[in-house]
Design a protein around this ligand. Structure first.
Ligand SMILES: [Zn+2]
Length: 372
């Protein structure tokens, strides 16, 4: 595993160097090839959503702006369109950026293939399917991670993106269940109180999930008085998400790509809120969304949550790169966030999202890159 990662890292460095036609420090390449790998530079990423209507020129301009301000990588959401990704990848790489194929995994709103199969959708404890009953928001339409057909559909999308030439990773987002607890800072927006696991937000109680669980544990979650207290039932669901991730890892690697994911702030919190235990996954890089503003936390919490995750990955090859939510931050807070991520063991920092980065913010990012 270590050796494979090393080979991959070297391969990636070569790929990037070649693409940049000498714009990158060539010493880094030589060191990586001839000696033990040098300490990798702290990486800067940003998430962007592609619009097929936009011209190549406008993308070239956007990518150049990121590169000029110290960013190294873009995570591009193409709505799982390999063709659009194939069009944008060479443009980003020409600008000197690494490209990651960002997709919405288990939450697939308006997925035209999935919509032909109402039984693929996750079912709440109330018995309502995400097919026609969306929890919280209109764009929540979750698939069941247990059913063969629905999980294979997601994995097929992963494979489609993994095949795109020049892409560094497939990046899973919404790789979890629907939120059983929303971030506390978002509750007033939805006029909600969540003091316990509420049935309308608790998934998946479809026939396949229930039958499979019953076969292993000889109890039926639909008949439990308080399923939140049943640890096997929670573990079953954590394992189902992990199984999708681990299969996605195999697929990405089969096509010479790595696997990355946007995840909840740290493993226990992810487990509690969305049934996602990412420290147990086969994955190369995690980008926890350490959005302090969503949780009514102060900025130093970025350091706390980063450290928490880094410690949990201590015995794994998985890298952690801290995700920060920029719209409500000042340029000086962005600098502070980068510093906190660095000090607490992150290997990089990712900004959500690219278009929200103002000129002042980009200047601040550039300054941190230059050690200012
Ligand atoms: Zn299910």
């Amino acid at each position: 595993m270590k050796l494979l990662k090393l080979t991959l890292a070297v391969a990636l460095i070569c790929l990037v160097s070649c693409a940049e036609k000498g714009s990158r420090d060539t010493a880094e390449k030589e060191t990586a090839v001839t000696e033990a790998p040098a300490e990798k530079a702290f990486k800067y990423w940003t998430w962007i959503t592609a619009d097929p209507e936009r011209t190549d020129d406008s993308y070239q301009e956007e990518f150049a702006k990121y590169k000029d301000n110290g960013l190294d990588a873009v995570l591009i959401n193409t709505n799982t369109d390999p063709e659009l990704l194939g069009r944008l990848t060479p443009l980003a790489r020409k600008a000197g950026l690494e490209v990651h194929a960002w997709l919405m995994a288990m939450n697939r709103p308006g997925d035209s293939v999935a919509l032909q199969h109402p039984d693929w959708y996750a079912v709440s404890r109330e018995g309502k399917s995400c097919f026609d009953h969306r929890p919280y928001v209109d764009y929540y339409q979750w698939l069941c991670p247990t059913r063969k057909a629905s999980r294979n559909h997601v994995l097929g999308l992963v494979e489609g993106l993994a095949k795109v030439e020049g892409v560094a990773s497939v990046h899973l987002d919404y790789i979890r269940f629907s939120d059983i607890f929303l971030p506390i800072g978002l509750l007033p927006k939805y006029d909600l109180e969540q003091e316990e696991e509420l049935p309308e937000f608790d998934f998946c109680y479809c026939d396949v999930c229930v039958a499979e669980f019953e076969k292993i544990h000889h109890k039926n979650p639909r008949e439990m008085e308080n399923p939140a207290l049943d640890i096997e039932w929670k573990q079953f669901r954590l394992n189902k998400i992990r199984a999708v991730v681990n299969d996605a890892y195999e697929i990405a690697h089969k096509h010479g790509k790595i696997l990355t994911a946007a995840v909840f702030p740290y493993p226990e919190m992810a487990d509690h809120m969305v049934r996602q235990r990412w420290d147990k996954w086969d994955i190369d890089v995690v980008l926890p969304m350490i959005y302090h503003n969503f949780y009514n936390e102060e900025i130093d919490w970025i350091g706390f949550a980063t450290k928490q995750g880094v410690q949990d990955l201590k015995y794994k090859d998985t890298e952690l790169h801290t995700g920060v939510y920029v719209p409500e931050m000042s340029p000086s807070e962005i600098k502070e966030a980068v510093q906190l991520a660095k000090e607490n063991g992150a290997k990089g920092v990712s900004f959500f999202d690219g278009p929200a980065l103002t000129d002042d913010m980009l200047q601040a990012i550039k300054e941190t890159k230059e050690g200012r």
